[in-house]
Design a protein around this ligand. Sequence first.
Ligand code: NAD
Length: 350
Amino acid sequence: MQHIKWQKPVLRVAVFSAQPYDKRFLNQINLAHFQSLHAELVYHISPLSEESVPLAALCDAVCVFVNDCVDEPVLKLLSEQGVRGVFLRCAGFNNVDLKAAEKLGMFVARVPAYSPEAVAEFTIAIMLTLNRRTHRAYNRVREGNFDLNSLLGFNMHKKTVGIVGVGKIGLAVARILKGFGCNLVAYDPYEVEEFKALGSYTTLDDLLQQSDIVTLHCPFMDSTKHLINRSSLKCLKTGAMLINTSRGGLIDTSAVIDALKSGKIGALGLDVYEEEANLFYVDHSADIIHDDVFQRLVTFPNVLVTGHQAFLTEEALTEIAETTFQNLQHFADGTECKNALVGGGAKTAK
Ligand code: NAD
């Protein structure tokens, strides 16, 4: 694959969806380790879209996150403006049209692994909160209500947890749950030896039938879109807990709402939501939210939704910033970039 080299004295990067914590960690790493790169980061709170492309004027690259739109029309507009590189501050790249980027001769790189423990530990936090109702207990005690009724949980010990996708995060989840004494089953088309020491692989249907808790850790692709749908939910053990900290599109939300109403799903924990791009990372507390599906979801007492924050630890943000700068360095130097998805002299990772 051809190397794409940047050849200017200053590397100007438009950073989209830039939150204060992104600025803090990127600036820290830039100052501490990459001053010789002469990167100038221009931060924009707005996400990348056709409308916001002009914000990348005079920039050599854009740096984006999970909900930025990097489809063919956006890439074409960026390319016309002279942008040559796209740097993802995340692992998932379902929001980038890689074929279009390749056609346009662009460089695309991601951060394939940053502290899988950050996401795994947050997954366990959601599980335990839903199980022991600490979110409800917190509100009750603040109101002087010490009634324990309807806060009944279950022991994690000896429960069966089904892990869909045993990659870096799924494996980290498995290791933690082993400590709780859970029985672990997993579904993944690619089996790894590390998991076989902790549990056993099975089919998706069997996993859904056996598990008291199902947790999703596979990537979002055409083949995994609505993996949890009306048909697969029929296999789910009645009353099971379902957790998704991967990508919203893995779940057919209206099917899940019906399953919550019927009691088929006993509890639901989501850090991601299919239509999250219109909601997450922005304070909408004074707005009318028009997404009725989302609004219905948050009315259930056994549903916990968080705004795509599983990655948000000091360690993960440090690793994201470091790897992003390493990727920028490879782009600048024209050296092989193992995190490149397009144009970096390396093969696209699985
Ligand atoms: P990974 O690539 O290490 O692991 C993904 C695993 O899913 C692989 O083992 C793969 O074989 C498996 N897989 C592929 N297709 C599958 C299918 N059809 N059914 C079951 N398994 C399948 O990725 P990772 O680093 O563990 O990340 C997993 C996902 O977590 C990412 O795709 C990303 O969407 C999400 N994520 C979320 C956050 C967050 O803040 N909520 C942060 C980072 C990553």
